[in-house]
Design a protein around this ligand. Sequence first.
Ligand code: AMP
Ligand code: ZN
Length: 464
Amino acid sequence: MKLYNTMSRAVEAFTPLNGTKVGLYTCGPTVYNYAHIGNYRAYIFEDILRRVLTFAGHDVTQVMNLTDVDDKTIRGAIEAGVSLDDYTRPYKEAFFEDLKTLRVEPAEHYPSATEHIEEMIRLIERLFENEAAYQSDDGSVYFNVSAYADYGKLAHLDISGLQSGARVAQDEYEKDNVADFALWKAWDEADGDVVWDSPWGRGRPGWHIECSAMSMKYLGESFDIHTGGVDNMFPHHENEIAQAEAATGKPFVQTWLHCEHLRVNGKKMAKSLGNFFTLRDLVEKGYTGREIRYLLLSAHYRQELNFTLSALDAARTALGRLDEFRARLTEKAEGEAGSLPDWAAAGRDGFRAGVEDDLGMPQALAALFDMVHNGNRALDAGDVDGAGAAAALAVLDEMDSVLALKPDAAAAGPDDAVQALLDERATARREKQWADSDRIRDELAAMGWEVRDTPEGQKLRSLA
Ligand code: AMP
Ligand code: ZN
């Protein structure tokens, strides 16, 4: 398969460093608030990457960090008057719930920064040994950018005019402010009781060192793929490379991938701009995780995507067509899968070619919808037998190992047992057997369905 490597600015054939094993590090959330769906665009892009690597026969180990100590989490905890741990825990839990709603396959490791302070301290010690770190008068420890000759290679910075010894203490800054950055921040009052001991005195780690230390702990000193949104490229990923390579002397990462932003009216969706929707906001408006997933995965990851509610409505329509096609094939399928109808073979080949060419989702989805169109025509014409339908369904399932858009039981509607209870209840109500009617309503609720009585009859709603 091929992937666009931000480091080379070119689409390259991807070959793992160790046989079929792929180490993948994906920068995770800062748990100081609910993630917005711009963040989820990045996590869904990474989910697609992981699933396509698996689809192409690789064995993926994914690590996603949880940033639970930084300028923003500390400020939040102090404002709320609770401990850092109590402040971040609910946002961690909400994050994992959201991933489930969006059908994101879990990573193998979700390390929290606060549980890896030892590893960060050891990495900073190695940087001291290699004369790439120094302690300033205020007690904080900085990375010496001029000690690492390749600084700027990812973001393509020209650092010839760099002022030696200039320093930046914040975690996030712009390219104009390239300077020595903080590895370890000496404690100050604004940190409250968030503090650890270190060989350089009490303090806390900078944001960037977290990802260098945790990625190398779980994936080794050189690994295959590292990803994030484009805003992570500088300074975060540039600094990660500098810290890792200055410590180990080895190449840190083979392939860098960055997804473009989700935008709203031409601007990046961002907490600081207040133009964001959380997943919960959209679920409250009646959209499902599956619909939001569809929208976020349907654009190419290197293209900006403009978010609108009408695009979500279009996602609902597209999923409706897919579900209907799947239902028609399911009804028709009989026995073992037979030879694949031409339209299904074309769909399978087009889909694979799309996803394996730098995760070309628009191309892959076009192949899928051509398959739906041609398959529906073949079904209308009575040209599909049971074995052909079963084979086509198997192709849809194979694609779904990447897409994860299959309707779940609730979306597929009530099964026969639920339908039988519903009929029984309709009879009970006609005969004014209210106790029976109520008992069946409770049974349905226990099976995950809420039944309401309306002038048009009984209406079901999934509680799942
Ligand atoms: P943060 O919690 O701000 O560190 O962001 C977590 C991830 O979401 C990072 O990989 C960011 O690059 C990414 N991200 C933030 N905003 C957007 C956006 N509007 N569109 C796509 N990705 C984003
Ligand atoms: Zn990171």
